[in-house]
Ligand binder design. Structure first.
Ligand code: SAM
Length: 233
């Protein structure tokens, strides 16, 4: 997806990108490529591929949620996908980017400083640990390519405010959804919708699984990661 195609595709998502936002994404892309030579950030490096599989893909979240003036936590953000791209495009979004790998945190800090972005909190840590003091705190929690939906639900749903939602960004997820039914219910969530579509030019399947938080999560969750793995809900 070249830049013209990117701008066009965003219009179909009802996003009108400004010159400044295009420049910021260009800076972000250049820094990603530069840091990627010494820190493992992404396998995808060709510009057209980054615009499609990282930038555009991150922004497809708008298909299921209004991001204006919300607080959003991105769990396992890596090099900032989707959280940092969303922040660049929605300036009044209050974003927290969480990742357990410090090298990725260093990169995120550098981009945020360079682009002079406000209302971005970067946290180096594991979701299970960070949850201890941050339960029911965010309007929206999202995550892409971190864990299967069952595990991810336990890592994510505890952070969501009642009435807020967790949106898992997945490829084809029918099986995962089946296997996560009990976990989602146990954690206080309800699946509202699963929006399935294809990434343009690629015809790769995508699913946005939107889970609404209906009830407070028991203080038992999330458990230690070893327990989540050993005894999935
Ligand atoms: N979300 C990004 C994307 O889609 O490009 C990164 C995906 S990468 C495959 C998974 C990331 O999740 C890694 O950066 C890893 O450090 C982080 N991660 C895995 N488990 C985590 C946990 N329990 N808490 C916080 N970060 C975690």
């Amino acid at each position: 997806m070249n830049k013209e195609e990117f701008i066009k595709a965003l219009k179909c998502l009802n996003i009108n990108i400004t010159e400044k936002q295009l420049m910021d994404l260009d800076t972000y892309y250049k820094m990603l490529i530069e840091y990627n030579t010494h820190v493992n950030l992404t396998r995808i490096t060709e510009e057209k591929e980054v615009y499609l599989k990282h930038f555009y893909d991150s922004l497809t979240l708008v298909k299921v949620i209004n991001l204006n003036n919300q607080t959003l936590l991105d769990i396992g953000t890596g090099a900032g996908f989707p959280g940092l791209v969303l922040k660049i495009m929605f300036s009044n979004l209050k974003v927290t980017l969480l990742d357990s790998l410090n090298k990725r945190i260093t990169f995120l800090n550098a981009v945020i400083e360079k682009l002079n972005l406000k209302d971005v909190t970067i946290v180096h840590g594991r979701a299970e640990e960070y949850a201890k003091d941050n339960k029911e705190k965010f309007d929206i929690v999202t995550s892409r390519a971190v864990a299967n939906l069952n595990t991810l639900s336990e890592l994510s749903i505890p952070f969501v405010k009642i009435g807020g939602c967790f949106i898992a960004m997945k490829a084809d997820a029918k099986e995962e959804i089946k296997n996560a039914q009990i976990a989602i219910k146990t954690l206080g969530g309800v699946i509202k919708e699963n929006v399935v579509f294809e990434l343009p030019y690629e015809n790769a399947a995508r699913s946005l699984i939107k889970i609404e938080k209906k009830y407070k999560t028991s203080v038992k969750y999330p458990r230690k990661f070893s327990e989540i793995k050993k005894k999935p809900l």
